[in-house]
Design a protein around this ligand. Structure first.
Ligand code: ZN
Ligand code: ZN
Length: 329
């Protein structure tokens, strides 16, 4: 399985660190309706910047594929058949996102797929739904948005059900393919990973894979257990991604800079190693505090992009909770 080493991780990291400054993960949850993003996430660069000041940064990845980065990454395939959009970002950014799409296309947005339920990826759904865009999502994602749903990271903040116009018109549980603009867009369900309704979006011709928050270049993995996420499923989803793509495929994380398959290998190896260390400590009867204090991520702290003590500890606690079978909401 090759290049799964810390050295590989370091090599990929160097190129992206400078870009981390534009990756805004969260802001403090302030009200019931505020987009929670990954609310339990610690501070990252840009934390606290008012959303009004967030600009959409457009980057051409291939001849007809672009990433659009606000606080997180959207992606668009453009061409004569219209626009295929991945993730709608926070509701307050939807108009800026639409304007950015019009800069690189004729503005006919045909489809929108959400990688997962969090409002930094689905908040603009209503805006695009009202424009007549066909929304697509995993059935579990649709079901969660359709009812009172818990924000990311277990923050006790319940959001109201989304209106029907913001819900997927096309929902799926299996591999789903959209063919347009000369490309084959594969929607690959990756359940029980970051959440229970994750989708990986693979543009076969553009050679781009969008991972949502199953893979991030902004801190240690965040497993949203309250929305059905699991460490085990995230490791499996990284394997699905690795198997689906080639060495030159552009891998777009939910947050942070574009990466590659080598980084997926390195991330998966890191997750397995940290999980195994936590498992050993659990077998020794350690408490969650003792496990965190043992710093099971220490070999990787310097190499994970955006890694902090805070998001490392969060990741360790999520592993611990899963291993000991703690219940979730
Ligand atoms: Zn996110
Ligand atoms: Zn997320």
């Amino acid at each position: 399985m090759g290049t799964s080493t810390i050295a590989g991780l370091v090599g990929s990291v160097g190129a992206v660190l400078v870009l981390m400054t534009t990756s805004l993960e969260t802001r403090a949850p302030s009200s019931q309706t505020a987009p929670p993003s990954d609310s339990a996430a610690p501070q990252t660069t840009g934390f606290g910047i008012p959303i009004e000041q967030v600009q959409i940064k457009t980057t051409k990845i291939s001849s007809n594929f672009y990433t659009l980065e606000g606080r997180n990454n959207s992606g668009v395939l453009v061409g004569p058949d219209g626009v295929f959009l991945v993730d709608s970002q926070e509701a307050e950014l939807a108009e800026k996102l639409e304007a950015a799409i019009k800069q690189i296309s004729d503005g006919r947005i045909r489809f929108l797929v959400n990688t997962h339920v969090h409002l930094d990826h689905t908040g603009g759904n209503g805006h695009f739904g009202r424009m007549g865009v066909v929304l697509m999502a995993h059935e579990e994602l649709r079901a969660r948005l359709a009812q009172h749903n818990l924000s990311a990271g277990g923050v006790p903040e319940w959001r109201p059900p989304a209106p029907v116009v913001a819900l997927a018109m096309v929902a799926y549980r299996g591999l789903t393919t959209v063919r347009m603009n000369g490309d084959e867009v594969r929607l690959i369900p990756a359940p029980f990973a970051h959440t229970d309704g994750d989708t990986l979006v693979h543009f076969m011709v553009a050679d781009v894979l969008m991972m949502g928050d199953v893979f991030r270049m902004s801190g240690f993995p965040n497993i949203d257990r309250n929305n059905g996420g699991t460490v085990k499923g995230t490791i499996a989803a990284l394997g699905t991604a690795i198997d689906a793509i080639g060495p030159n495929t552009k891998v777009v994380p939910g947050h942070g800079a574009v990466a590659d398959r080598a980084m997926l290998f390195a991330t998966r190896d890191m997750m397995i190693a940290v999980r195994d260390r936590v498992a050993q400590l659990v077998r020794q009867g350690k408490t969650p505090e003792q496990v965190v204090a043992a710093k099971p991520t220490s070999d990787y702290d310097a190499y994970v992009p955006g890694g902090t003590a805070s998001n490392a500890d969060r990741f360790v606690r999520q592993i611990y909770a899963e291993l000991v079978g703690e219940s979730t909401n």
